[in-house]
Design a protein around this ligand. Structure first.
Ligand code: ADP
Length: 406
């Protein structure tokens, strides 16, 4: 029996999901929050419906990992550390170097470190997780799974910005995209739901969470995506502006007496999007609730829907058609209203929604009618499962290699 743990380490948090890989059953999942801060919090769900919760100081990532594995023994989720054969780490920025998930060695660690300038908060945090697990589970296969690697298949015309070319050559400025693990996962599931080979499909995946991105997936490969050099571009998000005019920033810096560019970029990242437009909340549920009585909240919802419609139209044109549109993540999975609003505006493509199916939740479901020319699907994302599957694949390959050596 092979257990694999998927890890998402942030600067002050560590999320995990432990899988029994033969069945892909989730044995435990949870969160270590407020690492290095006052009042740390631990939450672990396991077994049939059991939960462990406590508040205590979690001084650093190394302590969090030690405590996590100790708790797994105490709660009898595992009986010894060695049961965990593989550890998959989410890494935010893989640059152009990492085109797929890789087994972690010291060269990979150095490379992730050197890519930190593309994700100054995330990559160092991801590395803390990697190092902490390596210390405590030295023999488990550690694998890095990058948010960006899925998008490395984009054609050049879709990743080069229309700026001086030397910016790309000298500094690596280009579209890297994000949410790659999620887009890759839902595309795989969509192909099996549509009973067609992924290689023959043109899909558009809408990952609509607090962060949101749209991805055109042609023949199983990322063809274009809405996030750019950073996750700031694309559609309107919870607090991010999405696409905007950068020259406006210079104008606003003067008006608001801002002294540095990062200060202005902070407003585009943290005070814009649904929050900025509505003035109500960054949470789509709150914004939608207010929208019946508050015109700015309604405007925020309208802009969100329009942005999705615009990207789907543009990606359909770029790919020369589309077979399926996928909705995933918090808003995509849960809001029948947003899905319906988007798809109604796409009826010109021959999309017909089955409104009864559209109301279902929590499962993989085709929400278009059987006669709909383009299929619409809701697929709950599972980035952790994708990470664990990558670890499993790499472990199996490694076994083949060592078998050959013998
Ligand atoms: P994150 O990017 O943080 O992982 P999630 O994928 O959890 O985000 O998505 C969070 C978003 O999903 C929030 O804006 C939340 O309001 C929205 N959401 C969750 N349930 C619903 C719902 N029933 N209707 C509309 N929005 C929802």
């Amino acid at each position: 029996m092979s257990k694999i743990i998927a890890i998402n380490a942030g600067s002050s948090s560590l999320k995990f999901k432990l899988f029994e890989m033969n069945t892909e059953q989730v044995l435990a999942q949870g969160l270590f929050d407020r690492i290095g801060l006052a009042q740390g919090a631990i939450k672990i769900k396991y077994g049939a419906d059991e939960e462990f919760k406590t508040n205590e100081e979690i001084k650093d990532h190394s302590y969090a990992v030690k405590r996590l594995l100790g708790l797994m023994l105490n709660l009898e989720i595992i009986h010894e550390f060695s049961e965990i054969k593989g550890v998959g780490h989410r890494v935010v920025a893989g640059g152009e170097y990492f085109k797929r998930s890789v087994a972690i060695n010291s060269k990979v660690i150095r490379k992730i470190n050197s890519l930190a300038e593309y994700a100054p908060i995330h990559n160092p945090a991801n590395l803390m997780g990697i190092k902490a697990f390596k210390k405590i589970l030295p023999t488990a296969t550690a694998v890095a799974v990058f948010d960006t690697s899925f998008h490395q298949t984009m054609p050049k015309e879709n990743y080069i910005f229309s700026v001086p070319y030397e910016w790309y050559q000298k500094y690596g400025v280009r579209r890297y995209g994000a949410h790659g693990t999620s887009h890759r996962y839902v595309a795989d599931v969509a192909a099996s739901m549509l009973k067609r080979p992924l290689k023959e499909l043109k899909l558009i995946s809408c990952h609509l969470g607090a962060g949101a991105s749209i991805c055109a997936i042609k023949n199983g490969k990322s063809f274009d995506t809405s996030m750019g050099f950073t996750p700031l571009t694309g559609i309107t998000m919870a607090t991010r502006s999405g696409d905007t005019d950068v020259a406006m920033i210079a104008f606003m810096m003067q008006k608001l007496d801002m002294h540095s560019m990062p200060e202005a970029i902070y407003d585009l990242n943290k005070k814009s999007g649904l929050l900025g437009i509505s003035g109500v909340s960054s949470d789509m549920r709150d914004v939608m609730e207010e929208s019946t009585t508050n015109s700015r909240a309604q405007l925020a919802v309208d802009i969100f829907v329009k942005d999705i419609v615009k990207y789907i139209g543009s990606y359909t044109a770029e790919m020369g058609g589309v077979d399926g549109i996928i909705f995933t993540a918090g808003i995509g999975e849960n809001s029948a209203e947003i899905r319906s609003a988007v798809l109604k505006r796409l009826s010109y493509m021959g999309i017909e929604v089955d409104e009864e199916k559209n109301l279902l939740r929590g499962e993989n479901i085709v929400i278009s009618t059987s006669s709909s020319k383009v299929k619409a699907l809701v697929i709950p994302t599972d980035e952790e499962l994708m990470i664990a599957r990558d670890v499993d694949k790499i472990m199996k390959k490694k076994n083949v290699k060592s078998a050959k050596l013998v």
